[in-house]
Design a protein around this ligand. Structure first.
Ligand SMILES: NC(=O)c1ccc[n+]([C@@H]2O[C@H](COP(=O)([O-])OP(=O)(O)OC[C@H]3O[C@@H](n4cnc5c(N)ncnc54)[C@H](OP(=O)(O)O)[C@@H]3O)[C@@H](O)[C@H]2O)c1
Length: 278
């Protein structure tokens, strides 16, 4: 395999693929000093050559694009001529874009697929892929190969209809990026209560972990506690009062109470809804 890019996903994937017995021939980067340096560091870890699009030999059956969504099409186009007659498969890992971003490689004879892991990859963390789902979309031959590779990595796959991909990624964005946006809002709310961010993290993690554990074991309805299920409108009114001066926190609070009133068990719904309108 050859991997295009040397960022978060590329670094994780290259290491994991290598451990699973795959040979990484090249790490293909852009031609800036910084990009080549990143590619060299990654290539040396996985026994590959660090190359750019002009020095790449592309002696790989599979080209895996791990570049930002906005650059996939151009990166594929820039390698298509050299890949002709060599590369049999090309993947990218965007959750939102379709395999057709790689159309130029298909025209060069490769079967193409989008292969999106529902996992977060950041420097300093090495998640296990056990039970991690990869959404596949694309040509039959390419998705067949993707299934095999993902299985070798310990993950699972499901085939996503092209028309559902944007909606799939909107959902996927809630699982980590927007969940983190919620957590930093939670830290901001703690500051209103006079706590530091560090205190907020330390004090909130036990209840957050327990909530996740309950959610996983009992489901959302049976994990739900607090003023909304009890219908304590005066408590919610107090919260809204203190958050008035912190509109960024208040907006998230209101949106989440509304979501709870729509989807979770609650008493006194009418009164609670009325409070939110003020
Ligand atoms: N990170 C995640 O948690 C995650 C999870 C699932 C899917 N993905 C998907 O994985 C892909 C990569 O995301 P990422 O988080 O790994 O991004 P990233 O950390 O920003 O890395 C992107 C890499 O692509 C390189 N690059 C940019 N344009 C390039 C080009 N034209 N040719 C070659 N290399 C190029 C960048 O290098 P320079 O800028 O130094 O040139 C960098 O090494 C995206 O499609 C994303 O949707 C990511």
């Amino acid at each position: 395999m050859a991997i295009v890019g040397a960022g978060n996903l590329a670094t994780f994937l290259a290491g994991t693929l290598r451990k699973s017995g795959y040979t990484i021939t090249e790490i293909i980067s852009r031609n800036s000093r910084r990009s080549r340096q990143h590619a060299r560091t990654l290539a040396s870890k996985v026994g590959a050559r660090a190359v750019t699009k002009t020095t790449a030999t592309i002696d790989a059956e599979l080209l895996w694009f791990c570049v930002p969504d906005r650059t996939i099409r151009e990166a594929a186009w820039s390698l298509a001529t050299r890949a002709k007659g060599k590369v049999r498969f090309a993947f990218h890992s965007s959750g939102a874009l379709l395999s057709r971003e790689l159309e130029s490689l298909r025209e060069s004879g490769a079967a193409i697929a989008s292969v999106h892991p529902l996992m977060t990859f950041v420097p300093g963390s090495r998640p296990s892929l056990a039970g991690v789902t990869f959404a596949l979309e694309g040509d039959a031959a390419a998705t067949r190969l993707a299934r095999r590779v993902v299985r070798d990595l310990g993950g699972e796959t499901f085939v996503l209809p092209a028309a559902r991909k944007a909606a799939y990624h909107a959902w996927a964005t809630f699982t980590s990026p927007l969940w983190l946006a919620f957590l930093v809002t939670l830290e901001e709310a703690a500051r209103v209560a006079g706590l530091t961010r560090a205190d907020a993290r330390r004090m909130s993690l036990p209840i957050i972990r327990q909530t996740l554990e309950n959610y996983s074991r009992l489901g959302p309805e049976h994990s739900f506690s607090g003023p909304i299920i009890r219908g304590d409108a005066t408590t919610v009114a107090r919260h809204l009062g203190v958050l008035k001066e912190y509109p960024a926190v208040r907006n998230v609070y209101v949106a989440l109470v509304l979501a709870a009133l729509d989807r979770l068990p609650a008493r006194n719904r009418k009164e609670l809804r009325r409070l939110l309108q003020n």
